[in-house]
Design a protein around this ligand. Structure first.
Ligand code: TRP
Length: 448
């Protein structure tokens, strides 16, 4: 058998995982969800979940991945012994990757379109109404958003076909830190706007009375989405981690970085929204209208706008890569086909559903399933059902099905992690995380 590739270094793992985690989830979806769920109420639940459930779940995925050195389907088969239902979790994960990739590439295509707009200086001198009209015109264009989406999928397939170390790791290492720098600059600018106070109050003042079952499941879905957990992406990346690397500290670094970037995005977008009179509940258009408005107000706005959308495209690309990698690792290892073939099949499969997601944004789109557009349906299905259920099964697997000694072995890297910490993590994985996910999931079903 051909030897599997590994990541080249510990920094490489952190950067590749951070590359997977950081993306539209932070910059586009987080502000959307926070805006729709009351701001501060959402943020506080989100932070608690990222810490208490997100971190142990991420570690659990790494444990499964590195122990098995296999794709999610193979991983559950190898670790659970013959004649077992556990590989179903892997199949669900691969299906989930398809579904996420289908609607994720819709917005990914927009970032590409907006990069083009910023090169062409389309935002200069435009007022809010015109910028909003540009967004509607772009998403309604007969073929442009589709072309952008397909281009994005093709770029993703190209990198994934080239493999883990050369493709994924190298790019993430350089570009993620650059994105952070430019976001800090934007944040400083946004804080000088007249609506800064209102924006910050909206985001940071928790209103506990607003916390209900809906906020809980939205925050859970958002944190799983943002951290790329609950469907096997990090089982796949974990399978490329070398035996000497400390996965626990890598996971903690990634959760912190991801949370920081989401909060930063909020600090950029909400002050701007309040300044320019954009509703925080504006949804899909929120990031794509507030950001060009901020750039308008900045000296050197043209260049910042260009850089920002360039980095956003790249951050998004490192996320789509991790999604397609789940499909490619599974297809190529389970069906014994080449990575290139698997990447092409995966991208084509995604393109078919993805097309429908992109068409959802046409005005008067009649393509509704159960009252929702295809885009909303895919988003809702994956974030509120697939990922919570996947996450629950993953922590149950690590906490109850795998041998305790094996889990400890993975957690400690031969004893480098203090006993108290590793026991604590194990207890959270075994008891706290499954109960918390279960309660939140059920609270959504019974609409508490
Ligand atoms: N986490 C990414 C983001 O925030 C999106 C993403 C990449 C993802 N891989 C994933 C989401 C796997 C869920 C599962 O943009």
């Amino acid at each position: 058998m051909k030897q599997r590739e590994n990541f080249g270094s510990k920094l490489g793992i952190i950067m590749a995982t951070a590359g997977s985690a950081l993306g539209l989830g932070n910059i586009y979806r987080f502000p959307c969800e926070a805006g729709a769920n009351g701001g501060g109420a959402f943020l506080i639940v989100y932070l608690a979940i990222a810490l208490v459930i997100g971190t142990p779940l991420m570690i659990s995925e790494f444990v499964i991945g590195r122990r098995s050195h296999s794709n999610p389907i193979g991983a559950f088969r190898l670790l659970s012994g013959k004649r077992n239902v556990w590989p179903v979790v892997g199949y669900l994960g691969v299906l989930c990757a398809f579904l996420i990739l289908a609607f994720y590439t819709t917005v990914a295509g927009w970032t590409l379109g907006y990069l083009g707009k910023s090169v062409a200086n389309h935002f200069a001198g435009q007022d809010l109404g015109q910028i909003q009209a540009q967004f509607t015109a772009f998403t309604n264009h007969p073929w442009l958003p589709l072309l952008c989406q397909m281009l994005f999928l093709a770029m993703t397939a190209f990198v994934v076909a080239r493999g883990v170390k050369n493709g994924i790791e190298r790019w993430s290492k350089i570009l993620m830190p650059m994105l952070l720098v430019i976001m800090v600059v934007l944040c400083v600018k946004s804080l000088t706007l007249s609506g800064a106070g209102d924006g910050l109050r909206f985001l940071f003042r928790p209103d506990f009375s607003k916390i209900d079952g809906h906020v809980l499941i939205s925050a859970l879905g958002q944190s799983f989405f943002s951290l790329s957990i609950g469907m096997g992406a990090l089982i796949t990346y974990g399978s490329y981690i070398g035996s000497k690397d400390n996965m626990t500290s890598s996971a903690v670094s990634v959760v912190l970085a991801d949370t920081l970037v989401a909060v930063l995005a909020g600090v950029i977008i909400f002050p701007a929204a309040f300044t320019f009179g954009i509703q925080p509940e504006a949804g899909a258009s929120l990031a794509f209208t507030t950001l060009p408005m901020i750039f308008q107000q900045m000296t050197g706005g043209y260049i910042f706008c260009l850089l920002f959308f360039l980095l956003l495209v790249i951050a998004t690309l490192t996320s789509t890569i991790s999604l397609l990698e789940v499909i490619v690792a599974a297809l190529s290892e389970e069906l014994q086909i080449s990575r290139t073939k698997a990447a092409i099949v995966g991208a084509l499969g995604t393109a078919v559903i993805g097309l429908l997601a992109t068409l959802s944004f046409r005005d008067g789109s009649s393509l509704l399933v159960g009252g929702k557009t295809v885009f909303d349906l895919l988003d809702h299905l994956t974030a509120s059902y697939f990922m919570p259920i996947g996450g629950l099964l993953i922590v149950l697997f690590v906490g109850w099905k795998m041998k305790r000694a094996d889990v400890m072995d993975e957690l400690t890297n031969g004893g480098s992690l203090r006993a108290g910490i590793r026991r604590g993590i194990y207890l959270i994985i075994r008891y706290l995380a499954p109960v918390a996910i279960g309660v939140i999931f059920v609270s959504q079903l019974v609409r508490l």
